[in-house]
Every structure is written in structure tokens, then in C-alpha cells.
Design a protein around this ligand. Structure first.
Ligand SMILES: [Zn+2]
Length: 309
């Protein structure tokens, strides 16, 4: 069975202003990667807009409504120091979250085994009632909640290898024993969260912080010792990946030294766990990645492993 790609042109229209690292060019890089011979056969579907009800499963409804009402007709509205809304943001932020719900629906319907959501802005810093770190709505968490609410799944896991800690996802998951979140990330680094001693209500949070300049060996050890056994023990019915590529050695926003091979290796390990527990089902959602080459090559390595069945 195939790997589906969910994306949408509207995701280019979220304008973050000059010099902002989370730029439309990032999605252009990902689309160029998807046009390579290795991936151009993958079926692409338009990401639908998430509904307010879907967003309100993990966000405060007041927050969702306030964001949608804040959309500017011209210029920018600033939600936090580095998170802005532009006139084109509405479609982007709704489709970024909606892509994951649609991916869940497709995978649960047996239309595909895997899906990759090539969307922006990223989502994993968005908290229940707060935009932060380029993120407005928490795309992967919205999808995980959709898997439970619309498809009756009881155990859903997210593994996040973005270089930043997914504080938003952790905040939404830590009190719910049916949700599992594991993260490798650089520490110290923005947003300053994600300590190893945080375990959630039921050992359902796993943080593996890595010191700056950690590379393949440290990443793979953290995955093998901390992350993969915990996912295995949790035995999810559906596995999500918060796929950020800003831990790539080339990335300008952090100092981890991951290689393309690391992204492929990590994805293969996660696919193997999905084969064991989830009937092979994996839904991957793009998070960060701010070097064009690091993003393109990391993404290609990830997709290669995701497609392999
Ligand atoms: Zn990041």
C-alpha cells in the first residue's frame, strides 16, 4: 500500500515577514523533494481545513476563535515574539491541522498505510491556549485527538525528533494515559522545556534531551535506550511522527549534528514498531527544518524509510 502526501497551496500563503526562518520557501523545498523521481509517484491529496470542533479537542475553544478573529486584512498580527498571522494565514493554519485529520481518516479507512503531511506552519510548540515558536495550532496533536474521537482509538503515540522540544504536544498529552509523547531535542535550547525527569501521569511522556553538538551516536543511543523501548511498551494503535529536520548538522537554528542517514534510521525504527503494534500505520507531520539542503535531504531520507514496507 502506498504512502499518501497531504499538502496544500494555501500553506505557502502564511507570510511570516522578511528574514523569518519559517518561510514559504521551506515548503517550496519540500515540494521540490516530492517532485524527485523517487517520490513523484506518491499520491498527493489536498489538505482540507480543520474544523473548529477538531481544533477544540486540544485547544481552548476561546483560543481557536480568538485566533480566527485576529486574522488581519493587511499587514501582520503578532501572536508572540516570533509567531505572526498574515492575511493568508487562515487557510494555512487550518489546512496544516486539517491535513493530519485527513491523513488519519485515510489511513484508518485502509486507503494507505502511511501518510506524510507536507504543511506549514509547524505545530508542536502550540499550547492549549497559546501560540508560540512559529506554531499556531498543534497539527499533530489535533490529528492524534481526531484518531481517538473519530475512530475510537484508545492508545495513540507521537514521537518528535525535531531539534526543539514539543512543549505544546507534551502539555496536551501529559495528563492523559491514552496519549504518549516522546521527544529527542537539544537542551539547552528554545523553548527550555523537556526535562528527562518529566514522565506524565502514566510514564506516557519520555524526554531525551541532548547536549549541543550531539550527533548520530548520541541520537541513536537516546532512541534505542529511551524512546523506542517506551513506544514498544506503550503499544500504540497509531503512531505519529513530528518530523522536524532542524537537528540536521546544516541547520542554522541549533547545534545538533544529525545526518540524513540518522533520519532514515530513526524512521525505519519507528516503522518497525508500527509494524509490530499498529498494523504498520504511521502518520508523519512536518515540523521544523530551516536549512534548505538539510530540509530537502532529511525529508528525502525520512520519506524513503516511510515508504518502505
Ligand atoms: Zn524545531
Amino acid at each position: 500500500m502506498t504512502t499518501l502526501i497531504f499538502t496544500h497551496r494555501d500553506c505557502f500563503e502564511h507570510d511570516t515577514g522578511p528574514g523569518h526562518p519559517e518561510s514559504p520557501e521551506r515548503l517550496d523545498v519540500v515540494w521540490q523533494t516530492l517532485d524527485r523521481d523517487a517520490f513523484r509517484h506518491l499520491e498527493r491529496r489536498d489538505a482540507p481545513e480543520a474544523t473548529v470542533d477538531q481544533l477544540a479537542r486540544v485547544h481552548a475553544r476561546d483560543y481557536v476563535e480568538a485566533v480566527l478573529e485576529a486574522m488581519p486584512d493587511t499587514g501582520y498580527v503578532r501572536l508572540d515574539a516570533d509567531t505572526l498571522l498574515s492575511p493568508g494565514s487562515r487557510g494555512a493554519i487550518l489546512r496544516a491541522a486539517g491535513s493530519v485529520c485527513a491523513a488519519v481518516d485515510a489511513v484508518q479507512a485502509g486507503e494507505a498505510l502511511r501518510a506524510f503531511c507536507a504543511v506549514r506552519p509547524c505545530g508542536h510548540h502550540a499550547e492549549p491556549a497559546r501560540a508560540m515558536g512559529f506554531c499556531v495550532f498543534n497539527n499533530v496533536a489535533v490529528g492524534a485527538a481526531h484518531a481517538r474521537a473519530a475512530h475510537g482509538l484508545t492508545r495513540v503515540a507521537v514521537v518528535d525528533y525535531d531539534v526543539h522540544h514539543g512543549n505544546g504536544t507534551q502539555a496536551m498529552f501529559e495528563a492523559d494515559p491514552g496519549l504518549f509523547f516522546a521527544s529527542t531535542h537539544q537542551a539547552p535550547l528554545y523553548p527550555g522545556t523537556g526535562y528527562a525527569h518529566e514522565h506524565g501521569v502514566a510514564a506516557n511522556i519520555v524526554n531525551a534531551p541532548l547536549p549541543p553538538f550531539s550527533g548520530s551516536a548520541e541520537f541513536r543511543r537516546a532512541m534505542e535506550v529511551d524512546v523506542l523501548p517506551a513506544v514498544d511498551a506503550f503499544a500504540p494503535e497509531l503512531l505519529f511522527i513530528s518530523a522536524g529536520f532542524d537537528a540536521h548538522a546544516r541547520d542554522p537554528l541549533a547545534q545538533l549534528q544529525f545526518t540524513n542517514a540518522d533520519f532514515e534510521w530513526a524512521t525505519r525504527q519507528l516503522v518497525a514498531l508500527a509494524d509490530k503494534h499498529c498494523g504498520g500505520k504511521v502518520i508523519s507531520v512536518l515540523e521544523g527544518g530551516y536549512d534548505p539542503v538539510g530540509l530537502a535531504e532529511g525529508c528525502a531520507a525520512h520519506l524513503q524509510a516511510l515508504m518502505r514496507t
